[in-house]
Design a protein around this ligand. Structure first.
Ligand code: GLU
Ligand code: MG
Length: 439
């Protein structure tokens, strides 16, 4: 039996799933030019594959997935090494204009506005944590141990190779702190490339694992009081000459004035876009204090409880502090769409620069030991404790809603409210299992 080499055009939706259409590889050039058909109501597909109704689109309308050649990735899908070409698309309306509800267009517009108003651009990298679902009983996972590396050396080696082949520039692979937990990181890249890579990484990782007969999950939490799987988004700022401008050795904690305003914007609007960054009901079990995920809304130095962390610098020979220095947003997870998350971080940061917000209080040291009064004095705010509360905060924020086309905001809220109802109808064990299976 013959097997046709295929290429696939993809978008990623509000459930953070890559979806698209495949065609013959030899017709790739044709589809690069023409794109392929798409349906507005696809934006209302939830994490479990159903179209949520009502949604603003119904059965009406047509769109096109228009591939962006800069995002082409090649993936070996099986042992023969046979390559499948993947490409990410912007969603266009039939008259050839970007669709205002397209998540990738959302990020592109945020990038363009940041550049137009400030001359700045964002360099970013997404760190992903995930867990092996099948507990073999072997001593996986003793964190960072050689034992764990060796136990999963097939997975680690194959994964790094697949990400490398796909052009994702893998950086680090490590057994993490949680039970059966691993982490994979990629090199920093300009914002759109970094978010594109995050879309690919999740799909490629699941595929590599399943081709080895393993199941993994990026679900934010897989058991009660278990470790959390975070997506930590690193950002730094660059000017039009390509100079990194996050670092200023003459300022407190080396954070430049403009990066301080950018950070202040992220903190100011943190509750408003929290639902976009951590988009499942389960996400909020992870986002609790004393879990090293993000235990409060503050800017922290060397503190893994901070929503936004100033990452440390190291004086290694030849170190480039300007380039190295970055902020880490810790409150995202893999139930969120990378284009929307980074788009919101840029939008919020831009508001901070526009409003000329001063650098927020930088909390150093251990925040866990602080009393309620001390937390308040430092301006530490709690993260919304449920997805429902986070959606309320989004709805209340006129500024954050303005970032979104009205139908995009409406669809996001409808999909997520429906998901809350669906998740609430499940027993706790079944809920963990459903999210582990989906993500
Ligand atoms: N697993 C932690 C989280 O849920 C992060 C641990 C770390 O890498 O600092 O975000
Ligand atoms: Mg980690």
């Amino acid at each position: 039996m013959r097997k046709e080499p295929l290429a696939i055009i993809l978008t990623a939706d509000l459930a953070a799933k890559a979806r698209g259409r495949a065609f013959r590889q030899q017709e790739f050039q044709k589809y690069l030019n023409s794109g392929c058909g798409w349906v507005p109501a696809n934006l209302a597909i939830d994490a479990f594959g159903s179209i949520v109704t009502p949604n603003p689109f119904g059965a009406v309308g047509d769109l096109r997935l228009m591939p962006d050649v800069t995002s082409i990735a090649s993936v070996a899908l099986n042992e023969t090494g046979e390559q499948t070409t993947l490409v990410l698309a912007d969603i266009h309306t039939p008259d050839g204009k970007p669709w205002a509800c397209d998540p990738r267009t959302f990020l592109k517009r945020a990038i363009a506005d940041l550049d137009a108003e400030t001359g700045l651009s964002v360099v970013s990298s997404f760190e992903h944590e995930f867990m092996l679902c099948d507990d073999s009983g072997s001593p996986v996972n003793t964190p960072f141990s050689l034992e764990s590396f060796l136990e999963e050396e097939e997975l680690g080696g194959r994964l790094v190779a697949a990400l490398d082949d796909a052009g994702l520039e893998p950086e680090m692979w490590l057994p993490e702190f949680g039970r059966n937990q691993f982490e994979i990181t990629l090199s920093p890249a300009r914002a759109l490339v970094a978010a594109d890579r995050a879309v690919y990484l999740r799909e490629i990782t699941r595929h590599v694992a399943s081709s080895l007969g393993k199941r993994i999950t990026f679900s934010p939490i897989v058991e009660e009081n278990g470790g959390g799987n975070g997506v930590h988004v690193h950002v730094s700022l660059r000017d039009r000459e390509g100079r990194f401008v996050t670092y200023d050795e003459h300022r407190p904690s080396n954070l430049s004035e403009v990066a301080g305003s950018f950070a202040a914007g992220i903190l100011k609007y943190a509750e408003a876009f929290q639902a976009v960054a951590a988009s499942a009901p389960l996400s909020y079990e992870r986002l609790a204090p004393q879990r090293w995920s993000a235990g409060g809304i503050f800017l922290g130095e060397n503190n893994r409880e901070a929503l936004l962390r100033i990452c440390p610098l190291f004086n290694t020979p030849g170190a480039n502090h300007q380039k190295q220095f970055n902020l880490e947003y810790r409150a995202a997870d893999a139930t969120s769409n990378p284009w929307l998350v980074l788009g919101c971080l840029i939008r919020a940061g831009l508001e901070g620069v526009r409003e000329q917000l001063p650098t927020p209080t930088i909390v150093s040291g251990d925040s866990d030991s602080l009393s309620a009064e001390e937390r308040e004095a430092l301006g530490i705010r709690p993260i919304p404790s449920t997805l429902g509360e986070a959606l309320d905060r989004f709805a209340e924020s006129a500024v954050a809603r303005e970032w979104f086309a009205p139908e995009l905001a409406e669809t996001f809220v409808a999909v997520k409210r429906a998901e809350i109802a669906r998740a609430e109808a499940l027993e706790s064990e079944a809920r963990y299992a459903a999210y582990a299976a989906t993500y």
